[in-house]
Design a protein around this ligand. Structure first.
Ligand code: GTP
Ligand code: MG
Length: 318
């Protein structure tokens, strides 16, 4: 059905339609959210035509209409939260991980980013009264650190049927950045097929980008591509009211000597800093305590809290 929609857009002849569809622009929403340059390249068309097509797609989807603040508020009230199983961490985030938003956890090796991802993939399955959304999860794994055994263990700790819990998590191991970007689109396909996906984990969002694009000369290209990936994820988040949880590494700031928050920075630069709705910096404290600091959020103050990683999963400290 959506393919016919594309063919009926002004400026889209049969040839252009074929090119668009085979380049993955097979729905109005994908065209509407493409950049002019992307569409020019995908369909081998001029700038004016690309602009016209994008505008027409936006018009069809009602994206060019203003909404009143009242309507925006109403829409925002549809957003929901997934618990992290730590009350501390939940309240740091304003009630858990938010849908229609991108939450980024960054921090050093072993700080708990992957463990939080596993926990969320289980928690999303819980009924709302227990902090879940009765949904399923997609886990895009770039580092090979996904452990179904851990999902099982965390599910059992919450009295969920471990077999069901495992079935509700879709895992894909990805090997390069193109693969990673495709995985996001495949997740969207699952949602469109009617799978009740309410959480997408990307662990790690940036590692493959960093590995593939070394050298200073490639930085602009890397950032551009990362920007497109993040844009894709955000579009899925907003369109389907899905929570996106991504992990990110840190690197040392070149001119800092004091350990802690101020001596490291998240990979991904401005591209990611602007896209993340919530940014949480994790570090290891004494006796296995993890310290989480909310670094950036539209409406919450910068502050810190603690949690622990136990056999059962993410919990508050004793
Ligand atoms: P990198 O991906 O290496 O950057 O680290 P990360 O931030 O993803 O760390 P991860 O979430 O993998 O945390 C690893 C830590 O979680 C371990 O050092 C343990 O302290 C803890 N952990 C993992 N599994 C278990 C478990 O089954 N039981 C307990 N008690 N702790 C666990
Ligand atoms: Mg990890």
């Amino acid at each position: 059905m959506s393919k016919d929609d594309i063919r009926s857009l002004p400026g889209v002849g049969p040839k252009t339609a074929e090119k668009l569809i085979s380049a993955g622009y097979d729905s109005l929403i994908k065209i509407a959210s493409a950049s002019v340059e992307e569409l020019m390249e995908a369909a081998d068309i001029g700038e004016a035509t690309a602009r016209k097509i994008i505008e027409a797609a936006m018009e069809r989807l009602g994206l060019l209409e203003f909404k009143t603040a009242e309507e925006v508020l109403e829409e925002r009230q549809k957003t929901a939260r997934i618990t992290t199983m730590s009350k501390n961490l939940d309240s740091l985030l304003g009630g858990g991980i938010e849908t229609a938003a991108l939450t980024e956890f960054y921090g050093e090796y072993g700080s708990g980013k992957t463990q939080v991802g596993h926990q969320l993939a289980v928690d999303v399955q819980l009924p709302p009264e227990q902090g879940g959304l009765e949904g399923k999860a997609v886990y895009i794994d770039t580092e090979g650190t996904f452990r179904p055994e851990r999902i099982k263990q965390m599910a059992e700790a919450l009295d969920l049927d471990p077999k069901k819990a495992l079935k509700n998590v879709y895992h894909m191991k990805v090997f390069n950045t193109d693969h990673q970007m495709l995985a996001a689109r495949k997740a969207e396909e699952l949602i469109r097929k009617g799978e009740p996906i309410k959480l997408i984990v990307v662990d790690s969002l940036t590692a493959l980008f960093r590995a593939e694009y070394t050298g200073r000369g490639q930085l602009a290209e890397r950032q551009h591509k990362l920007g497109r990936h993040v844009h894709d994820l955000l579009r899925i988040a907003e369109l389907y009211n899905v929570a996106i949880y991504v992990t990110n590494q840190v690197m040392a700031k070149p001119d800092s000597f004091i350990p802690g928050l101020d001596s490291v920075q998240a990979v991904g630069g401005h591209v990611l800093a602007h896209a993340s709705t919530y940014r949480v910096f994790l570090r290891k404290g004494k006796k296995g305590i993890r310290i989480a600091r909310l670094v950036d959020s539209p409406h919450l103050p910068e502050r810190e809290t603690t949690f622990v990683i136990t056999e059962e999963g993410i919990r508050d400290p004793e």
